[in-house]
Design a protein around this ligand. Structure first.
Ligand SMILES: Cc1cc2nc3c(=O)[nH]c(=O)nc-3n(C[C@H](O)[C@H](O)[C@H](O)COP(=O)(O)OP(=O)(O)OC[C@H]3O[C@@H](n4cnc5c(N)ncnc54)[C@H](O)[C@@H]3O)c2cc1C
Length: 283
C-alpha cells in the first residue's frame, strides 16, 4: 500500500450500511481467514473493508418444516451445531465439519467460503450444489436470487457490487454425504471432493469440488445412475459408472496434478454411496 493511504474498517449494523460502504469501494470482510492470506497469494489487502457480523439477520439459521435459511455470516462451527441431526443435511454438516481446522471453522463463514474467488477446494460449494441451494444477494439495484450453479459460475462478475446475504435450502433430501480426499503433506485443502444426496423421489444428486476450477454437478453420472435399476445405489456399481462417465478436466495445482484428481473420483464415489447407505434416511 502506498505510504499515507489510510485503511478503513466499518462494522455495519444493517445491510443498508454495508451496501453504502460497498458503494464507497469497501470489500466485504467476513471471517477474514481467506482475505488475510491475500498477500501470500500475491494479492493485496483491501484498503477499506466492511464487516457483516453485527447484522443479526446474517448470523442466523432458520429451520422450517420445508426449508432452511442460512445467513451468510454463519460460521462453519455454528452450521455444524445447528444442522447436526437434521435429516437430509448429513453431507452439509460433514462438509462444514471436515473443512480446515477447529480454529478456522470457528470464524470462517458460509458466505466467505462461497465468495472466496478462485478457491476451487471450497467444501461447502459441492455440498450446496447437491442441496440445489438458492443464493440470495443484495445488489446495488436490490435483492436477487440465483441458483447455486449460476452463482458459482458468475461470482467474479456478481461480487463486484453485491453482498451474499442468505442461502436457501429446500428440505427435499432424505440422505446426503460428503467425501473429501485431503493430502496431509500438502496442507488442509482437499484434492477432490464428492458430495452426494438422495431426494424424496430417490434420485441421486452428485457434485464434485476441487477437481476443476469451479465445483459442478456430475450430470453424466447422475443420469447413468438414474437409468439403472434401483440397486444402482450400490457402491461398487456406482464406482464403475463413475469410471465410465468421468468427464472432468482435472486442474493441475501444487497439491496434485489434474490426472490424479480425476483418478480418485471413482473410489470417492464408492465411499460416498457407502456413506449414503449408512444414513438413517436410507438404512
Ligand atoms: C489453513 C486453512 C485451511 C483451510 N482448509 C479448508 C478446507 O479444507 N476446506 C474449505 O472449504 N476451506 C478451507 N479453508 C478456507 C476457509 O474455509 C475459507 O478461508 C473461508 O471459508 C473463508 O471464509 P471467511 O469467512 O474467513 O471469508 P473472508 O476471508 O472474510 O472472505 C473471503 C472472500 O469472500 C468475500 N466475502 C465474504 N463474505 C462475503 C459475502 N457475504 N458477500 C460477498 N463477499 C463476501 C470477501 O470479500 C473475500 O473476498 C482453509 C483456510 C485456511 C486458512
Amino acid at each position: 500500500m502506498a505510504p499515507g493511504v489510510e485503511r478503513s474498517f466499518t462494522a455495519a449494523s444493517t445491510l443498508e450500511e454495508a451496501l453504502a460502504a460497498r458503494r464507497q469501494g469497501a470489500a466485504v470482510l467476513a471471517g477474514g481467514t481467506w482475505m488475510m492470506r491475500d498477500p501470500r497469494r500475491g494479492g493485496q489487502l483491501p484498503v477499506a473493508v466492511v464487516a457483516l457480523h453485527r447484522i443479526p439477520a446474517l448470523s442466523k439459521v432458520e429451520i422450517n418444516a420445508d426449508h432452511v435459511v442460512i445467513g451468510a455470516a454463519v460460521t462453519h462451527a455454528v452450521l455444524v451445531r445447528v444442522l447436526h441431526g437434521v435429516a437430509g443435511f448429513e453431507g452439509l454438516v460433514a462438509a462444514a465439519q471436515g473443512a480446515a481446522n477447529p480454529g478456522i471453522r470457528s470464524v470462517a463463514t458460509v458466505g466467505g467460503n462461497l465468495c472466496a474467488l478462485d478457491f476451487a477446494a471450497a467444501d461447502l460449494a459441492p455440498a450446496f450444489l447437491v442441496c440445489e441451494a438458492t443464493v440470495e444477494l443484495q445488489t446495488f439495484e436490490g435483492p436477487k436470487l440465483l441458483g447455486i450453479s449460476d452463482f458459482l459460475e458468475g461470482r467474479h462478475r456478481l461480487l463486484t457490487e453485491a453482498i451474499v446475504t442468505r442461502i436457501h435450502l429446500r428440505r427435499d433430501l432424505i440422505a446426503s454425504a460428503h467425501i473429501r480426499l485431503p493430502l496431509r503433506k500438502a496442507g488442509d485443502y482437499p484434492v477432490a471432493i464428492v458430495s452426494l444426496a438422495v431426494d424424496k423421489d430417490k434420485r441421486c444428486r452428485i457434485a464434485v469440488g476441487s477437481v476443476e476450477p469451479v465445483a459442478r454437478r456430475w450430470t453424466a453420472l447422475e443420469q447413468a445412475m438414474a437409468a439403472g435399476p434401483a440397486s444402482a445405489l450400490d457402491p461398487e456399481r456406482a464406482a464403475e459408472l463413475a469410471l465410465e462417465h468421468n468427464d472432468f478436466q482435472g486442474r493441475d495445482g501444487k497439491e496434485a496434478e489434474g490426472w490424479y484428481r480425476r483418478q480418485v473420483l471413482s473410489p470417492l464415489v464408492r465411499r460416498g454411496v457407502a456413506a449414503l447407505l449408512k444414513t438413517e434416511g436410507l438404512a
